[in-house]
Design a binder for this molecule. Sequence first.
Ligand code: NAD
Ligand code: ZN
Length: 234
Amino acid sequence: MIQIASSDRVFILTGAGISAESGIPTFRGPGGLWRNHRVEEVASPIAWRRDPRFVWEFYSMRRRLAAAAKPNDGHIALAELEKRLQDRLFLCTQNVDSLHERAGAQRVIHMHGELFKSRCDSCDRPPFPDDRTYEPPAPVPCCECGGQIRPHICWFGEMPYRLDEIANALDRCSIFIAIGTSGVVEPAANFVAHTRGRARSYYVGPEEPANIAAFNECFSGKAGDLLPSLFQLE
Ligand code: NAD
Ligand code: ZN
């Protein structure tokens, strides 16, 4: 059990593991390869420059998969926690699916972007909702400026989004909980170290993450099994 007092501020970081029970494969587990390519080779600015159609084919497949998936008990438990804690919960996800929102969470921070948004690769037009699939032989969509429309995703080598808000929330939290994340993708893997000495820290997942040593306590098991009865509010 994680005891949450009325004075606590909770930072939750979720990773691909929380959506695994909804049928969305993680990158490092089985399903981490796509047509014999490592995901890192497709989700990158280099791949986009070399072959944007190929990149859109990958994200079209991921849009289809994510659209068919349903939130699981882990997503639902976090949405309920948000209802009770309101702005004392900062829910930050590395996931690009929208399963937290579909479970009812209202204030999700998507540090790696959102699968159901696109943006221009050349101009400042803000990201816009987009659930379409763009697959060869269809052409890559174009912006009015002449640039190409790309997925609103933080690719390997790009800067994650909303890092100022995240740093602020890390500074203020008294409880840090990471769920279903392997602890190797920076900067997220370093968040727990940032709270050290100030916040109690917990990890939830079936395997030890690479940064296990930085946590105070580890709950071993699936998010969907553990989260519904993990939190005790004062
Ligand atoms: P990862 O693939 O590196 O690791 C997944 C982690 O989830 C592993 O540690 C595994 O033990 C754990 N896990 C597996 N099943 C679980 C369950 N039922 N409950 C709890 N944990 C479980 O994922 P990552 O650390 O999030 O980093 C990879 C990157 O891939 C992230 O940037 C993320 O954006 C991206 N990604 C996102 C999605 C998605 O949006 N659903 C899916 C795959 C990858
Ligand atoms: Zn443009």
